[in-house]
Design a protein around this ligand. Structure first.
Ligand SMILES: [Zn+2]
Length: 150
């Protein structure tokens, strides 16, 4: 059996909600996805990468929409990572416009952060928009929804 999880990551990669809000959001997520094997808040001192696993299809430039070669992206990932990701701005190989690794358009979505709320095998399909809004309200931040397929 393969595993799926839903990771909710703040759009601001350095944002960490306070502990009470983390608990409140965790409890609410558990009500939304009662069949989830586990729901956990993940916290790290530095910015880490949350990938979508087997759901990965491609990466596009947020400025011109061109597809970005995975090899270029992998090199920027290596360059950017030093005790966590710095998320510096890099000139895209297509149009030269600068963006951070977090601003690139990932299909499916991927993201960076110091905090994530993760539901393992939630068995709810896609997270309904109204639940996303509700969890954003609780955590006090816009969230990026990352569907991870292991
Ligand atoms: Zn471009």
């Amino acid at each position: 059996m393969s595993d799926n999880s839903i990771a909710l990551v703040p759009e601001d990669p350095r944002f960490v909600p306070d502990a009470a809000k983390q608990r409140q959001a965790r409890d609410r997520f558990a009500e939304i996805a009662p069949e989830a094997v586990e729901i956990e808040g993940k916290f790290s001192e530095s910015v880490v990468f949350f990938d979508c696993g087997g759901n990965f299809e491609r990466i596009c430039c947020p400025s011109c929409g061109a597809e970005i070669p995975v090899e270029w992206w992998q090199n920027r990932m290596d360059e950017d990572h030093n005790d966590g990701f710095k998320l510096a701005a890099y000139a895209a190989p297509c149009c030269g416009k600068k963006s951070t690794l977090n601003e690139l358009v990932y299909e499916w979505p991927q993201g960076f952060g110091r905090f994530a709320l993760v539901a393992i095998n939630p068995n709810i399909g896609e997270l309904d928009d109204r639940y996303k809004l509700e969890l954003e309200e609780i955590l006090g931040t816009k969230l990026r929804v990352i569907y991870q397929h292991m």
